[in-house]
Design a protein around this ligand. Structure first.
Ligand SMILES: C[S@@+](CC[C@H](N)C(=O)[O-])C[C@H]1O[C@@H](n2cnc3c(N)ncnc32)[C@H](O)[C@@H]1O
Length: 356
């Protein structure tokens, strides 16, 4: 996808946390609004959309209706279609929340298109009509009062929603083939690449930007920052981590990168010279901590504030107060359950504009 795509799109989100996925999508699309389980709308897609970790695809919206085959067929029969060529229908029961027979949906909607004069090519169609069927989702309820003009979010208990759209972009989600255990240097506690990708996207990483991780460990965040076109810089107090991260970057990343050994409380970088800082604070379970954790993270947040105007911090506890105490504004926060006894707290930080 090159340049901005205008129009209204329906996005199919990844995972169970629509709010977090929508926040990441908003880094590469405008006015992202959850409307049902795993679905959101957006007004316009920007460069970098394909790099999103928590969105599967975007389809140019034809319309929405309730989650029944009859209503979907009526919607498609009446819809304006401004394209020629062969077509195929791909139906999805998003997170199995609508209880729809997707094969029956594909046959039914495919027949509507044939009746409208289109030729079906299931192998290599010119145009793919996505039919998303989804039930209600808490996320959509939260946003029910937002003005999304013609699209009414699905409230809990409603019969769900069907959104039809022409496939526009699919994201290149190759994370499963790039697990931390596949890297030359691996340590327990290395971050999952899809989460690392979402975090660097939320930090604003992209072509022409520089991203610092002052506690880089095996380099998971650096790799994803580099893969979306940023220049990654990594630091760590442990020599083995710095050497290991370098090994991973050398083996897995084209383009520039830098690593250094040092304390996150004193980074060897000039004021306001970095676009964003992203770090995954030690949890004290698997990673060695140089100094006490509260001081370490407070110093690291102060240094991040000195060198950049945007940051993302992850930890096994919220670091919001520490961030605000050194001049950050907490733009948004998220909680990601890792397992029964570990929740990752994510905070998106923006520099305060009141010069404090
Ligand atoms: C949770 S790990 C980061 C894991 C990393 N995101 C990855 O995917 O491998 C935290 C890192 O902080 C480093 N660390 C601990 N104290 C530090 C300090 N004072 N300055 C810099 N790094 C430090 C540890 O060596 C460890 O590698």
């Amino acid at each position: 996808m090159s340049g901005r795509c205008f129009g209204v799109y329906v996005l199919e989100l990844v995972g169970q946390d629509d709010r977090f996925a929508a926040a990441e999508a908003a880094t590469a699309a405008s006015d992202v609004t959850p409307i049902a389980a795993g679905l959101a709308t957006a007004r316009g897609l920007d460069d970098g959309f394909e790099t999103l970790a928590l969105t599967h695809r975007a389809a140019e919206l034809v319309g929405t209706t309730d989650a029944s085959l009859d209503s979907a067929a009526v919607l498609l029969e009446a819809a304006g279609i401004d394209r020629d060529g062969t077509v195929a229908v791909r139906a999805r029961d998003v997170r199995s929340t609508a209880g729809i027979d997707t094969q029956a949906a594909e046959r039914r909607l495919g027949q509507v298109l044939v009746d409208r004069g289109f030729e079906v090519d299931l192998e290599d169609p010119d145009h793919v009509l996505q039919a998303f069927f989804a039930g209600a989702d808490d996320a959509s309820a939260v946003d029910a009062d937002r003005d999304t003009a013609d699209i009414v979010p699905v409230a809990p208990g409603d019969d769900g929603l069907c959104a039809l759209g022409w496939l526009a972009v699919e994201t290149d989600r190759d994370f499963a083939d790039r697990q931390p255990t596949d890297r030359p240097f691996f340590q327990p506690g290395s971050m999952d690449p899809a989460l690392a990708r979402a975090l660097v996207n939320l930090a604003g990483a992209g072509p022409g930007t520089t991203v610092l991780d002052p506690m880089c460990g095996t380099g998971g965040l650096l790799l994803e920052a580099g893969r979306v076109g940023a220049t990654p810089i990594g630091g760590d107090a442990q020599r083995k981590m710095v050497r290991g991260a370098g090994e991973n970057l050398r083996a897995l990343l084209d383009g520039q990168w830098h690593v250094y050994r040092g304390d996150a409380g004193r980074v060897p970088i000039a004021d306001d010279s970095i676009d964003a800082v992203v770090f995954d604070a030690p949890y004290g379970r698997q990673s060695k901590i140089e100094g006490d954790l509260d001081t370490l993270v407070a110093d690291a947040l102060a240094e991040a504030r000195r060198v950049a105007a945007r940051a993302v911090v992850v930890g096994d506890r919220p670091w919001n107060d520490a961030a605000e105490s050194v001049g950050w504004t907490v733009e948004s926060t998220f909680q990601r359950r890792v397992h029964r006894s570990l929740i990752r707290h994510v905070a998106i930080l923006q520099s305060r504009t009141d010069g404090v």
